[in-house]
Design a protein around this ligand. Sequence first.
Ligand SMILES: C[S@@+](CC[C@H](N)C(=O)[O-])C[C@H]1O[C@@H](n2cnc3c(N)ncnc32)[C@H](O)[C@@H]1O
Length: 268
Amino acid sequence: MNPIDPVAFRQFEHEGWQKVAARYNDSFASVTTQSIGPILDAGHAGTGTRVLDVACGPGYVTSAAAARGASAVGVDFSSEMVLEARRRYPGLEFMEGDAEALNLPDAAFDAVLFNFGMLHFARPERAISEAHRVLRPGGRVAFTVWAGPEKTLGFGIVLAAIQKYGDLNAAIPPGPPFFRFSTPAESEEFLRNAGFANPVVMEVPQTWKLSSADELFDVMYYASVRNAALLHAQKPEVLKSIRTAIRKDVERYANELPMPAMLYSAIS
Ligand SMILES: C[S@@+](CC[C@H](N)C(=O)[O-])C[C@H]1O[C@@H](n2cnc3c(N)ncnc32)[C@H](O)[C@@H]1O
């Protein structure tokens, strides 16, 4: 495996999210929004709390926190995502910014939430340490990531098809392992190393209801970042077999795939 170049990986992720921002609501959002209630609960977001939604995408968590009476701000490094969020929730505050270097003061928030953000950062250690810096002592961090591919069948099916017909090692910009934080022990250590106490782990059951058996391939190919790059890196002659294998597997599940999240929270 090639060493990770964090600058190159960040640029790759940034370009990817800029491109797919407008499609996000019709691709992953029906699944990622299933974690909103649990992540707000884990962060104790409620009336009068100051909540930061990092890697906010189109702003769903920010909006749900505000609906609970929190004073919420969303931040994302993709200007296209920030535009989507402002268009969707015109009364709320969204800013462009990098999770790894937040342009925000120390101890300014009671809760910092990352809904499906941590697995996309080039340097997650920097992002978690920024969360610690902007939280008041006793504040809460919470983040969700996907459970491993053996449980999140939307990923498991795609990766198995690539493994069978294509090349899982096709050249894409190397980044931190996509499923690194799916392992509770790894995430607990990550939180403790950043100065957080009392980590709590939860698995959130989620289901991806696809409108057709081809939707999984289409979302991964046209509306994701790393998985899209992996699919685009396959030889054209095997891509058809990959697509067919994915469709058949999705049909076996009647177009409804388990997509559980791992939710971690801790106290600063
Ligand atoms: C899977 S989406 C999650 C969106 C939203 N939080 C949700 O719950 O659906 C990942 C988001 O992370 C953002 N992102 C990735 N790397 C980032 C970084 N270094 N700083 C800020 N945002 C980042 C992307 O632009 C994208 O909007």
